[in-house]
Write a protein that binds this ligand. Sequence first.
Ligand code: PGA
Length: 259
Amino acid sequence: MARRHFIGGNWKMNTDLATARTLATALAAQWTEGSSSVDVVLFVPFPYLESVARMIASSALALGAQDLSSEANGALTGEVSAEMLTDLGVTWVLVGHSERRHRIGESDALVAEKLAMALESGLSVVLCVGENLEQREAGHAHEVVARQLHSALAQIAREDLDRVVIAYEPIWAIGTGIAATAVDAAEAHREIRACLASRYDSELASGIRIVYGGSLVPGNAKTIFASLGVDGGLVGGASLKVHDFLSICSAAMIGVSAG
Ligand code: PGA
């Protein structure tokens, strides 16, 4: 089954307002050619969402947030609800990024609640999964990713998966300059599809988009995106450089993937 490629730019906590505006303006002006074949979403820090929303309003780019609260509203100082995000024109959100799981301490259970809240609120989601180096070296990578998937998807109906992209982001590859090889990425993506086929069915497993994240740069994007079952990427560091990010987006135009 043909799948449209997806690229997310995850700015993390690495922009100030001026940089966010400059990046958004340049990308909105320059990402035109591939907009018909690749979905490109910018995952912007909360305080800059409104500003960036204005800059990309009539472009081919979509607006994403990096997190959301698992609760709809209430006495939750500092939290940001799904409704607050949709009010600002946000259509996508990241859930379960490893920096939130491991540095901030989000549990599998909280990730599942956030995923459910985002989908109930009409948002589309990039659900991040991935093993750390120790788990990989111990031969437990597939098991860890399967556990993360089953736990996040426990309450999610099949039809809601239309609005979910899975990001396979091995923690040892994030921000390290050591990307997974195309072979490793393809294998992990195959395992994820197998896991989804057992949880739902094979039609869903072959239709869902699975992207790779971790040290993607212009120099490795094409090879990784060309591997079987890899439908694009989630880009951190390189998404802060207009030229690099655009060249990764263009690498995703090599065609819709199959397999
Ligand atoms: P990186 O980050 O591209 O800087 O490795 C990827 C991510 O965390 O989404």
